[in-house]
Design a binder for this molecule. Sequence first.
Ligand code: T6T
Length: 326
Amino acid sequence: MVKKLLLLAVAALLMVPVLPLSVGAQDDLPKIGFLPGVVDPFYQVMELGINQAAADLGIEVVTQYPDDWNVTLQTPLLDSFVARGDLDYIIIAPVDKEQMIAPLQAAVDAGIKIITVDTFLGDGDYVNGPVTFPLSYIGSDNLEGGRIAGEYLAEKLGGEGKVYVQNTNVGVSTTEQRGQGFIEAIEAHPGMELVGMDYNLDDANTATEQTAAVLQREPELAAIFGVNVFSAIGAGNAVNNAGLGGAVDVVAFDATQYAIEQLRAGTVSLVIAQKPFDMGYLAMEFALADWRGVTSLPLRVPTGYAVITADNVDDPEIARFIYQVP
Ligand code: T6T
């Protein structure tokens, strides 16, 4: 009899419509804001990583791009993210390592958690440095990236030659470190000479004009390091306009279609690809992990590089890191 009753109870239970396991799950997920530095292929690929993770994890994400690389444009967008009142995390590439501290502290004070991607705040050491509120800093090791460029050119030029750097803005953690790493590598070779470093304010036209002036002034210039998308475009354009493609070597940071075209044409000889998709995807996973109670997230995740040359550009294992923007 007991057995029969049990069977009846089980049968009754089975007739109850089965509720989907995910009921309520949406309410139990964080809402995230993504604030890149500027519209460029690097951040557009990062957004692909963000969106892929959002789809995989079922998380809602809101994205806003500043029109230019500028504190006065990024800050109001950040403030508007805070004012919405519905965001739990902000994934941001701060456009200035000092000036974005206060606006981000205000976001933290409003109860929002911060993850920095690509660029960092303070000195990037979120354990012992001056800024410790972000959950993590996910991005390239930019000192290393600059060293890769400098060591490559020193070796290619046999330890002798004049070089020039196209940089973006003072106060940007990434590009500042790329310049620094490059100089360190060059200074290890007494025969190498840095003839200058200009700041183009993240504008390819300015980079072209500045580089053209240096090409005129320095007829013996051997190579140029363009530290990001716009710097490398300007360097490449100026070299091509002067008819010096192949004679004055260009090393391009960021694997844009332009950089790869110029690599194939012989104006650029090395392209340093970052992994923006990984940065975006991981940042989303970190936010969810924190939301779920994970307390041991690494405060620093270097995402690595793919170094592209004319010899390996068609290797699928390398070519997958070229920035593909739909
Ligand atoms: O090189 C990237 C990024 O890493 C840097 O912080 C700013 O410039 C880019 O967005 C490329 O334009």
